[in-house]
Write a protein that binds this ligand. Structure first.
Ligand SMILES: CC(=O)N[C@H]1[C@@H](OP(=O)(O)O)O[C@H](CO)[C@@H](O)[C@@H]1O
Length: 416
């Protein structure tokens, strides 16, 4: 086995920050891979990112696939950072590997070589593993960062971690968390989308234009293309600007706010949700068009506007609960039309929420849509997992994380 040579700046003892200071991490400081990976003050992260990238390289070799490493602390203040791993399908890391991640991070500098040798040996032995069968052609670690100053330094820590076993490293630069998830899947399933920023913009803008065309109403649409976006001073601004180049102005006209100030400070989806206030840079009194807010890594969105008659900056929210209900109503209507024409092709729709969901939304779903919502603990992975049990799984947290997932069965039945 390769001689394990750990760069001192990525050990617990020599952990070196983006400002060049040594910030040693004592052995009794233990960490756990949480719902959003590891997330702390940025000073703690160089050795954590290095070890996570090593683990990503092992997972990549085990499955002969691209594995993602996203370096972000999302809605947290600018001084924090974090790291999370993404599986080949573009979904969150499997829970068994979260345990491996915790074990690797918590090892002492002295024990780390043995911990890594044991992992390597176990995966060499497993006949399920592509490492064991010598089939490693597509293994790579795909890494993205958000806009934090500590990001580029942590990207280098990830590059070094992937290099421990000479696994290819792909730096995709400053991206939103959804872009990293999308890229990982695109590397593994080339027919899904081209694995470049442009490939992502193309896929999303094509979908938007198709939706726009399909939802035009004969008597004229009520849709208004004007939107003001609060970018939380994060990654949403530069990446959304690029995406917009592919969407004609008559379909979407965006005015950007909070592009270059302090990350997540007085703005962003978490601020708007918690304070129920208009973010910095928005006029509380004026009648503005639709407003939306991203968080720092643009993986959640909320809509809002100034509350009628309030001059004190109170915002009226169109949050994740309302977004879920709106999607669910539309899809249920389509599904009912479809089922009445093809009664034998039954498709099951589910709606997943957390305990933080507004009770009225839960009641509406139960009483008007006649669907019993599934309630799971906070954390995107819990919602995603539960929603994936259905042919159409609508999931949203009240704070704006969420999406809709479709099963393979849905694809095959509807395409047919
Ligand atoms: C990927 C993930 O699980 N993110 C978590 C995490 O959000 P971030 O936007 O990633 O900071 O914390 C939220 C609670 O504050 C929780 O609602 C959410 O599910």
């Amino acid at each position: 086995m390769t001689n394990l040579d750990f760069p001192p700046q990525y050990t617990r003892a020599g952990n070196t920050t983006h400002t060049g200071e040594v910030h040693a991490i004592p052995q009794d400081e233990q960490f756990a891979y949480g719902t959003a990976g590891f997330r702390f003050r940025a000073e703690k992260l160089p050795f954590i990112v290095y070890r996570c990238a090593y683990l990503a390289s092992l997972r990549a070799r085990q499955l002969d696939s691209a594995i993602g490493v996203m370096i972000t602390a999302s809605h947290n203040p600018a001084q924090d950072n974090g790291v999370k791993l993404v599986d080949p399908s573009g979904d969150m890391l499997s829970s068994q590997w979260e345990i491996y991640a915790t074990e690797v991070i918590n090892a002492s500098d002295v024990d780390l070589p043995k911990v890594i040798r044991d992992f390597e040996k176990n995966f060499q032995r497993s006949s399920q593993s592509k490492i064991a069968r010598g089939l490693i052609h597509n293994a790579k670690v795909v890494c993205g960062i958000d806009t934090r100053v500590s990001g580029p330094h942590l990207m280098e820590a990830a590059r070094a971690g992937a290099a421990l076993f000479n696994v290819k490293f792909v730096d995709i630069g400053v991206v939103s968390t959804p872009m990293l998830h999308y890229s990982v899947k695109s590397f593994n399933v080339p027919e899904f989308a081209e694995a470049t920023h442009q490939g992502y913009y193309q896929a999303i803008s094509d979908a938007f234009k198709e939706l726009y065309d399909r939802t035009q109403e004969p008597d004229g649409s009520r849709y208004q293309p004007e939107l003001i976006v609060d970018c939380a001073n994060g990654v949403g601004a530069p990446r959304f600007r690029e995406l917009l180049e592919l969407i004609p102005e008559e379909k979407l006209r965006v005015e950007f706010r909070n592009e270059n100030g302090e990350l997540n400070h007085g703005c962003g989806a978490d601020f708007v949700k918690i304070a129920q206030k208009m973010p910095d840079g928005f006029n509380s009194g004026a009648k503005e068009p639709k407003c939306a807010s991203f968080d720092g890594d643009a993986d959640r969105i909320l809509y809002f506007r100034a509350k009628n008659g309030c001059q004190d900056g109170t915002a009226e929210l169109f949050d994740g609960d309302r977004i879920a209900v709106l999607f669910a109503m539309y899809i249920k209507e389509q599904l009912d039309i479809y089922t009445s024409s093809k009664p034998r092709n039954s498709l099951k729709m589910g709606i997943v929420q957390t305990a933080y969901a507004n009770g009225s939304s839960t009641r509406f779903i139960r009483e008007h849509l006649k669907i019993e919502p599934i309630i799971v603990p906070t954390g995107v992975k819990h919602l995603h997992e539960a929603a994936s049990e259905f042919d159409i799984g609508v999931y949203f947290e009240a704070n704006g994380h969420g999406t809709i997932v479709f099963s393979k069965h849905f694809d095959s039945v509807v395409r047919r």
